[in-house]
Every structure is written in C-alpha cells, then in structure tokens.
Design a protein. Structure first.
Length: 76
C-alpha cells in the first residue's frame, strides 16, 4: 500500500538502536571481563603458608628454608 522508506523509525531511530546495541554489547563484555578477573584472583588468593607449602612441593625451596620461613611467619 505505502512505499517502503526505511520504516517508521527513520534515521534517528536507526542511529539510536545502533548506539544502544554498542552500549549493550560493550557493557556485556566489560561485565564478563570483570567476572573473569575476579575468578582468576580468587583462584590465586591464598594464605602465605599454603603458598609456602606449594613452593616446597614444587621443589623451589628445601625443608630447612621452609621451616625457617614458616617460623618467621608464625612469629608475627
């Protein structure tokens, strides 16, 4: 019945919809990055004693150094 001239939104509606989609996907991306970084930090968060035990298990330090550092940590 009527010829198609870009719909009822016009150019202003198309621009606003495009900007809205950019804001939506940007916000979604930022939220995903923040959640991934928090998960990464939570995975690496731990007590100093646990980290010291991991270093001993990996062979980075020997038992004498482990005992010395553990005693120093517990003295504080």
């Amino acid at each position: 019945m009527y010829p198609y001239y870009g719909g009822s939104m016009g150019w202003g509606g198309i621009v606003m919809m495009t900007l809205g989609m950019i804001v939506f996907w940007s916000t979604l991306g930022v939220v995903a990055i923040v959640l991934l970084r928090r998960a990464e930090a939570a995975r690496h968060d731990g007590s100093a004693l646990r980290i010291l035990q991991e270093r001993l298990a990996k062979g980075e330090i020997d038992t004498e150094e482990f005992d010395r550092v553990r005693k120093t940590m517990l003295a504080r």
